[in-house]
Write a protein that binds this ligand. Structure first.
Ligand SMILES: Cc1ncc(COP(=O)(O)O)c(C=O)c1O
Length: 657
């Protein structure tokens, strides 16, 4: 287990390939072990390869292979140098050596984690990894469920897929019980018990996720299993599809199926737009909740949205909270969002699934865990980060509240520093997976054999998937555990660097330009823009920052001295963040306020390189100098065409082309 920052650093290949020997040895031992394994399997069988060699195939192939491979290697060298501290663009960085070596080792076996039948080892590793992630965020491994996905998009998809089926499950249960002539009780959001048959459509669409899943078990007790399963299926949305389902509800309740809303912060990742479209929920139903100054979902705005939807009799399928927004690294105040749901249950009889999109920030929970798995106190965490004010109480409460979210997505291939593809989906109440289960006939394993030979493919959207990813994440967690000695330490050090960058940007002399910053980040992403008085419209301000981004982004020869990215804060959902940003300009802010429709371009530095906090060389200052140099090069003397620009010369403007 890694204990000091230096030891952690020895687990990365390093900017100069510093730990080359270690990686070579691990890869070599993986290959050796794999060869031994092959040779031990039916050694009495002869191999066809010598015969093919005699026919001369190998020689011709070898030459072509060597040439093509050299060509591929040359092409790959045109890749973006994510491993380096000069890269502060997207959520991409170094990978750990343990995960690279484990990926390579398991790749040789090419296990397919769709099922334990074909991947007995790596499906077990996947289960262990899911439990580790669950324990880190505070789920009970005995009642939750989790697995790896190809990434955050699929993990998010599964969350809404399950939330959708859990939302409509009480309706199917009600119709099934009526058809079977039985009745069962159901817990309402205000805590009272009612008989299922007495509920109207609105009430049926406002049953807590856990109570909806209780119905599953109650039904099983009320009638023979196979009959229940058949009847439920025949009334379920998944079987009927939205059109038939809606027709059926109109016939049964005199009421068509009301469209259900999905609430997400304006900061939410664009995967949510894909998911509502793919699931047939509809893009119109994705409602963006405004964010506040810190780019966190505004809890008051959420409450207003819930009230408004309740007035319209529009059920809520899910509320998507973020732990680490893609653009700003903002950590929503999940604790408050959960309180708002509780209030909605009591005051309005309205409830919904809460998902935390912690694809980026989930690993930050490691900072709150001690080596024995216990939760650190706030003082202990601040002792580890070496900061009196980070993390804030709000941050810690939000991370602790992850344990109460109905589902979570966390990407090991982001802040877990493992190779792609590795996302993870966690579901608090494992029973929910039954509502998306599909039996694959050719894998020939029904649910009764689940305990011996789990078929992950039954419950997930993907089919074939790499066992190598599971091995990579597993090995990664063995060496860099999910606590404050392991991944927590990396988070703490990248946060120190990000906060330092934020401070340096505020203190640096960019005169005659000004740096406008978003507030100090919740996670290691620093957002800012550069302003100059000659940029008198939002369009000009955006174009100027766009040019800075262009000069500091990858090109064919990677000539940029440093690399960052940019994004846009759009009105009205980002108003809560845009207004304080612009107000740093005093009266000049009025120039921009009147024309915010196209949004405000901001520059974005993702400071996730595990070496970001190292003083030598000082790449944080290097980045600031590069931004300043690029910005200055975009200015020109306005009144003295032949003059050379100097920072003290007020007679200049931003170049118009
Ligand atoms: C918050 C968030 N959610 C989801 C995703 C989607 O993840 P993936 O690209 O792995 O599908 C991202 C990707 O950046 C993200 O930042």
């Amino acid at each position: 287990m890694a204990e000091s920052p230096n030891q952690l650093h020895s687990l990365f290949l390093g900017p100069q390939g510093d730990n080359e020997q270690l990686l070579r040895e691990l890869i070599e031992s993986a290959l050796q072990s794999h060869l031994e394994w092959r040779r031990a399997y039916h050694p009495e069988d002869s191999s066809p390869i010598p015969a093919l060699k005699q026919k001369g195939w190998a020689g011709r192939n070898l030459l072509a292979l060597e040439q093509e491979f050299a060509g591929l290697l040359a092409q790959l060298r045109g890749s973006v140098p994510f491993f380096h501290r000069r890269y502060n663009g997207h959520m991409l960085s170094e990978q750990t050596i343990p995960s690279q070596a484990a990926y390579f080792a398991a790749m040789l076996y090419n296990a397919n984690n769709v099922s334990a039948e074909v991947a007995p080892v790596t499906t077990r590793l996947e289960g262990e990894v899911a439990n580790q992630l669950a324990e880190m965020i505070g789920y009970d491994p005995s009642s939750c469920w989790g697995h790896l996905t190809s990434g955050g998009t699929i993990a998010n998809f599964e969350a809404l897929w399950i939330a959708r089926n859990v939302l409509y499950h009480p309706v199917a249960a009600r119709l099934a019980t009526a058809a079977l002539g039985v009745d069962i009780s159901v817990l309402l959001p205000d805590g009272t018990l009612a008989s299922l048959s007495s509920l109207d459509l609105w009430q049926l669409l406002n049953i807590r996720p856990s109570s909806s899943l209780d119905l599953w078990e109650k039904l099983w007790l009320a009638a023979p299993g196979p009959l229940i399963e058949r009847t439920l299926k025949s009334y379920s949305l998944a079987t009927l599809g939205y059109q038939d389902y809606s027709r059926q509800l109109a016939a049964e309740f005199g009421d068509e199926l009301p469209a259900a809303a999905v609430l997400a912060a304006g900061t939410s990742h664009y995967s949510w737009a894909k998911i509502v479209a793919a699931l047939g929920v509809g893009s119109n139903q994705l409602r963006f909740v405004p964010v506040n100054r810190e780019c966190r979902m505004d809890p008051d705005a959420l409450w207003r949205e819930i009230e408004s939807l309740t007035r319209q009799r529009m059920p809520i399928m899910a509320c998507i909270s973020a732990c680490g927004t893609t653009e700003e690294g903002a950590v929503d105040d999940l604790h408050s969002l959960l309180e708002i749901r509780a209030r909605a249950e009591w005051e309005l009889g309205v409830t919904f699934h809460i998902h935390s999109d912690a694809c980026y920030g989930g690993y930050a929970a490691a900072l709150t865990r001690g080596p024995d798995g216990s939760r650190h106190s706030a003082a202990q965490v601040r002792g580890i980060t070496g900061s009196s004010d980070w993390p804030s109480d709000q941050w810690l409460e939000s991370i602790t509240a992850l344990a109460k979210a109905d589902s979570i997505s966390i990407d090991p291939h982001k802040m877990g520093y493992v190779p792609y593809p590795a996302g993870a989906f966690l579901l608090k109440d494992r029973r929910g997976r039954e509502l998306v289960a599909t039996d694959p006939p050719y894998l020939a394993i029904a649910s009764d054999r689940e305990a011996e030979q789990p078929v992950i493919g039954r419950f997930i959207f993907e089919g074939s998937k790499p066992g190598a990813s599971a091995a990579a994440v597993w090995m990664n967690h063995r060496m860099i555990p999910l606590n404050s000695d392991g991944h927590g330490r990396i988070i703490a050090s990248t946060m120190r660097a990000a906060r330092k960058l934020h401070t340096l940007l505020g203190a640096a002399n960019f005169s005659p330009l000004r740096v406008l910053r978003l507030p100090e980040p919740d996670l290691n992403i620093v957002c800012f823009l550069l302003h100059h008085p000659s940029l008198t419209s939002i369009r000009a301000l955006n174009a100027f920052n766009e040019k800075i981004y262009k000069a500091l982004s990858p090109d064919e020869h990677m000539t940029a001295p440093y690399m960052i990215t940019r994004t846009k804060l759009t009105a009205p959902t980002y108003d809560g963040a845009i207004e304080p940003l612009l107000s740093q300009l005093g009266e000049d802010a009025a120039l921009y306020r009147s024309d915010l429709v196209e949004g405000v371009t901001i520059l974005r530095a993702t400071v996730m390189n595990p070496f970001s906090d190292e003083a030598e060389p000082d790449h944080l200052r290097g980045l600031i100098d590069a931004i300043r140099d690029v910005a200055m090069s975009l200015l020109e003397p306005a009144t003295a065409p032949d003059g050379v620009y100097s920072a003290n010369n007020p007679s200049f403007s931003a170049k118009s082309t």
